[in-house]
Design a protein around this ligand. Sequence first.
Ligand SMILES: Nc1ncnc2c1ncn2[C@@H]1O[C@H](COP(=O)(O)OP(=O)(O)O)[C@@H](O)[C@H]1O
Ligand SMILES: [Mg+2]
Length: 264
Amino acid sequence: MKLAVAGKGGVGKTTIAAWLGDHLARQGREVWLVDADTALSLGAAMGLAPGDIPAPLIADADLIRSRVGTGMISLTPEVADLPERLSVRAGLARLLVMGSVAGAGGGCACEANALLKALLAHLVLTRDQWLVVDLEAGVEHLGRGTVAGVDGLVVVSEPSFRGLSVAARVAAMAAELGLDRQVLVLNRALPGQALPDIPGLPPLAAAIPPLPGLVARQLGDPSVLGLPEQGDIDAAMDAVLTALAAQSQDQPQHPRYAPCAMSS
Ligand SMILES: Nc1ncnc2c1ncn2[C@@H]1O[C@H](COP(=O)(O)OP(=O)(O)O)[C@@H](O)[C@H]1O
Ligand SMILES: [Mg+2]
């Protein structure tokens, strides 16, 4: 199963991607966490020291060219070996640092995007293998169609009108790509907070309160694992996975992407 975590900046996407990956890995699943954000913070959230976090794949022009070519981009590059070969151990999961094409600075940005898209579209996973992608903030990347090959989308928001408006736009754009299996996670929500009437929000799967253990931890340590609230976090991740599993498997696939400008 391939999941992606999306939403406005700062709402908790990286934190929830790390929690989901760790939760699945502790259940014995083989998990690849894919950092597809410019900020590259998923490794730190998984407790890796800066020196143990590999350089992002998008910086490896040779690899990208060898897989997707230049100019005439291969739409079905070989990707099967990438997770195992290029990932590093991160807790019980593995981490693949892709980086975001927004941070690629011209050059082979389009090819790098093609590689991430291909990874999500063509990697064949068994039932017990999971890929969890921490996406770039906002909605722009959705126009590139990267998540068309993902099986489920976790849309994260704070209980704020702006966060929820971005969540609704993310949901609508993902649905246009055929990604209809979506859930909303309300992060840093106070008990009983009702959602405003914003059309198009995915169904709410879990509400996670501000966690004092994480607030106390994060001043000196970016890791979000092994918190005192682990039981509550696991219950929330279970709710997310159950809500995704409950949604129809046979979703329509109508991929529509913006054309990718050639860079070389
Ligand atoms: N439920 C929570 N309680 C307390 N702090 C949180 C919670 N969720 C996230 N945070 C903190 O908020 C900050 C932003 O979270 P992050 O996952 O990096 O957001 P994003 O990836 O969406 O930009 C981090 O410092 C994280 O530790
Ligand atoms: Mg992040």
